[in-house]
Design a protein around this ligand. Structure first.
Ligand code: CAO
Length: 425
């Protein structure tokens, strides 16, 4: 079976997390992704958070599956020639360098276009045009500047960042969609174009319900927020709402059996109006079905703490999985808090390829996430990440068509080696 992006060649100048998530997705869909790395060091994540000495870190291996690696010093004159040849033979250049790096390397958009007018140049930056456009940005900076941190956490606590890498992986997803859309448009126009995705924009896009609530504030308090029921006035910006649900249906995280010893013995419980009567039956409060203080959603809003405390008395008598089974039978929306250990061991996630075991020549077997997007005609086979420069000669010969003599010349030029330090006199 062929892959959806078979025949698409990507010049992958990405590093750290945001860009590599994008090109990994494209590789999973069958694109030939050629990762260009600095000789000697490569992507900095190869050596970060190393759990085993001298072995590519899990940080790197989990972000760079199905790619080929070429080392190239793009500041070396011969290296620039090789880069020019790569631009000619690829469809897309993807980069997430700091602002201005590609220009300083001598490859601004205009030059790339003159070398290959069909090339799509896709970039991730921390910010779009504006006061912060020259800043370098990492995940948590994006979460803080994109509206996620100010709306995450408890009202009386610090702003919080989330464990999910919404700034990096979220923006990688946006860029991947921009790239395939540009590839589609190119089938009509025959031309390349610039595609940019900023991390601040990506986080704000994911936090849109909070931008919604910011505007609702002008017309009065946000009645589904716990603080409304607690009689605490709202300020002029959307507050942090703990574990309140972002939709109109009140929800909370509640303790389950074993919570004293297990930090993840909790369940998310939503008191959806449509199943209120079933909730009353399950928790043993049938009287609440008709009682004027509890029967209708508006009456419940000022009593959420009391209501959830009563529901928690019930959830604490069940494990999170028992509670899930019972509640699901009545279509009561809920979700156990699953630990990473539980997810890693979940056989159904293995069966769908969402979690995969990969073998690596120096690391051995490890677990990784697989492709979260499933396609019936383009199955994903997760292949290990490349060693640094593993495919350098293969790419020079097979992709760029250089002869033995030319390959030797490139080697001799030092373009494939770490820059030599000039000894101090
Ligand atoms: N050959 C020669 N030089 C190379 C090279 C190669 N193959 N690859 C990279 N370099 C050089 C660049 O040319 C650049 O040199 P100059 O600064 O002299 O122009 C230098 O390496 C550093 O590049 P950088 O600015 O991208 O890297 P950094 O470590 O200083 O910053 C980061 C990292 C992530 C903050 C920055 O790249 C960035 O802001 N990227 C955009 C936002 C982003 O994607 N952030 C997500 C990171 S994951 O949380």
């Amino acid at each position: 079976m062929t892959k959806a992006l078979k025949g698409v060649r990507i010049l992958d100048f990405t590093h750290v997390q945001s860009g590599p998530t994008c090109t990994q997705l494209l590789a999973w869909f069958g694109a030939d992704v050629i990762k260009v790395e600095r000789p000697g060091v490569g992507d900095i994540t190869r050596g970060q958070l190393q759990d085993k000495p001298k072995v590519d870190s899990l940080y790197f291996t989990m972000l760079n599956h199905n790619k080929r690696s070429i080392t190239l010093d793009t500041k070396n004159p011969k290296g620039k020639e090789v880069l020019t040849a790569l631009i000619k033979s690829c469809d897309v250049l993807v980069e997430n360098f700091g602002p201005g790096v590609l220009d300083r390397m001598g490859f601004p958009w205009e030059k790339i276009q003159s070398i290959n007018p069909k090339m799509i140049v896709a970039s991730i930056k921390g910010f779009g045009p504006g006061p912060y456009e020259d800043c370098k940005v990492y995940e948590n900076v994006a979460q803080c500047t994109g509206g996620s941190a100010s709306t995450t956490g408890f009202r009386d606590g610090l702003p919080l960042v989330t464990g999910a890498q919404i700034g990096d992986s979220g923006t990688g997803l946006n860029l991947a969609l921009g790239i395939v859309t540009a590839l589609y448009q190119r089938t009509v126009t025959g031309k390349g174009q610039k595609v940019t995705a900023s991390m601040q924009d990506g986080v704000l896009n994911l936090a849109r319900v909070k931008l919604r609530d910011q505007q609702r504030l002008a017309d009065g308090p946000l009645t589904e927020y716990s603080q409304y029921g607690e009689g605490i006035p709202f300020g002029d910006a959307v507050p942090r709402a703990g574990n309140d649900s972002g939709g109109g249906q009140p929800g909370r995280i509640l303790k389950c059996k074993g919570w004293e010893a297990d930090p993840n013995a909790y369940i998310y419980f939503i008191t959806q109006a449509a199943v209120w009567e079933k909730i009353c039956d399950v928790i043993g409060e049938p009287g609440w079905k008709t009682h004027p203080d509890y029967a209708k959603p508006p009456a419940r809003l000022t009593r959420l703490n009391e209501i959830f405390a009563r529901i928690e008395q019930w959830t604490m008598t069940k494990t999170k999985f028992e509670a899930m089974d019972i509640l699901n039978k009545d279509d009561i929306p809920c979700g156990p808090i699953l630990s990473m250990k539980e997810l890693a061991e979940d056989q159904s996630l293995r069966a769908t390829g969402t979690v995969v075991e990969v073998d690596h020549p120096t690391r051995g077997k490890y677990l990784s996430v697989g492709n979260p997007i499933k396609m019936s005609d383009s199955p994903t086979e997760v292949k290990r990440s490349p060693l640094l420069g593993e495919h350098t000669d293969e790419i020079l010969r097979q992709v760029l068509g250089f002869s033995d003599h030319q390959v030797k010349e490139i080697h001799d030029s030092g373009a494939l080696d770490p820059p030599q330090k000039v000894a101090a006199e």
